[in-house]
Design a protein around this ligand. Structure first.
Ligand code: PHE
Length: 343
């Protein structure tokens, strides 16, 4: 074998060794310059060729050219492999782990008060009532005058009512829906009106400037006080459990006559007396009564022909009791640690 053909096969060995230990595309570029460049090792073999015996030159020249092709092909393959590795490494640096389980998207849920309202409305729909919503911003007439509040009634006081200027105010109770309904529909009326009410009171763990109420009323021929009692008993037992005990106490609201307040046996202590029921064994849950004839009259309903009952209840206190919430402010603070406790 001629020294040149030795050199040719040596060069192959050297190249393959160096190629194997190349670990970046940058190093690979350097390798290309060293072997295949214009002043590279292949080229210097070509220069050597001139010193070879004339009869061997064609053969040796072909060997060099074949070697060059071979190196280029190895080099190309290695470049592809290294590029692929580098891309994967870049991903790894981004800390993408394709085997990690996906993140569960955050699931919203309805607010505990919305859940409570929904439960109550569902029960009443089942008892034949239909839902009407009234405006939060209303006039004095719908919130007070149409409900037989005397012009000097203390509830109209600036201390209780948020006046918005002109004749407008934030409703202090959902009873305004009674007035709107009597104006818009003919009896028989069997309506529930869930919604927000506002009172200008000090905010504490027990009371807030806005809260929720549900109003219910039924106007028809021959509606009696006994119907009111029976409906409240049925409604409260559906809401609080069959065994709930009710108690009706006389009370005063300008828009009902007679008026009552309805208590239930404390669900926390079963009537033993505890902190929640202030040791009385009873919890006041709603105000009710027979709709005052003057209110029917203002609503263009003849009190000689029709009668009706109405009741209104606060939602927050009931929700606090049923859901074990001790501070009414929790409902409006939008703290997910609180809200997510009510699936
Ligand atoms: N509107 C009264 C309140 O907010 C509750 C009530 C409604 C009482 C209907 C009697 C009849 O306290």
């Amino acid at each position: 074998m001629s020294p040149l053909s030795d050199q040719i096969s040596q060069l192959r060995t050297f190249f393959m060794n160096e190629l194997r230990s190349t670990s970046s595309s940058k190093e690979l570029e350097d390798l290309k310059v060293k072997y295949l460049g214009r002043k590279g090792l292949i080229q210097s073999l070509m220069v050597e060729l001139k010193n070879a015996p004339v009869d061997q030159r064609p053969h040796l020249g072909k060997l060099i050219n074949d070697l060059k092709e071979e190196l280029i092909s190895h080099w190309d393959h290695t470049l592809l492999r290294l590029k692929e590795e580098e891309t994967l490494n870049a991903f790894a640096k981004e800390r993408i782990d394709a085997t990690l389980p996906g993140r569960r998207p955050f699931l919203g849920r309805s607010h505990p008060l919305a859940q409570m309202l929904e439960k109550i409305v569902d029960i009443l729909i089942g008892m034949g009532f239909s839902v009407q919503l009234g405006p939060d911003v209303d006039s004095d007439y719908y919130n007070f005058e149409g409900l037989n509040f005397a012009p000097d009634h203390p509830a109209r006081d600036m201390q209780d009512t948020f006046y918005l200027g002109g004749d407008l105010l934030l409703r202090t109770h959902t009873s305004n829906v009674q007035v709107h309904a009597m104006e818009n529909f003919e009896p028989p009326l069997r309506i529930v009106a869930p919604g927000r009410a506002f009172r200008n009171e000090d905010i504490s763990s027990r009371s807030h400037v806005f809260f929720h109420q549900i109003e219910g009323f039924y106007i028809d021929k021959d509606v009696s006080f006994a119907d009111l009692f029976a409906t409240m008993d049925e409604f409260l037992s559906k809401l609080l459990g069959e065994k709930v005990q009710t108690r009706f106490r006389p009370s005063y609201f300008p828009f009902v006559e007679p008026g009552v307040e309805v208590d239930v046996r404390c669900t926390a202590c079963k009537g033993e007396g505890c902190r929640i029921c202030k040791r009385t064994g009873w919890l006041e849950v709603l105000g009710a009564g027979m709709i005052h004839p003057k209110v029917l009259q203002k609503g263009k309903i003849d009190p000689e022909v029709y009668s009706g009952y109405a009741w209104g209840m606060g939602i927050e206190r009931l929700a606090m009791l049923q859901m074990g919430v001790s501070d009414i402010r929790s409902f409006t603070q939008n703290d997910l640690r609180f809200l997510s406790q009510f699936p």
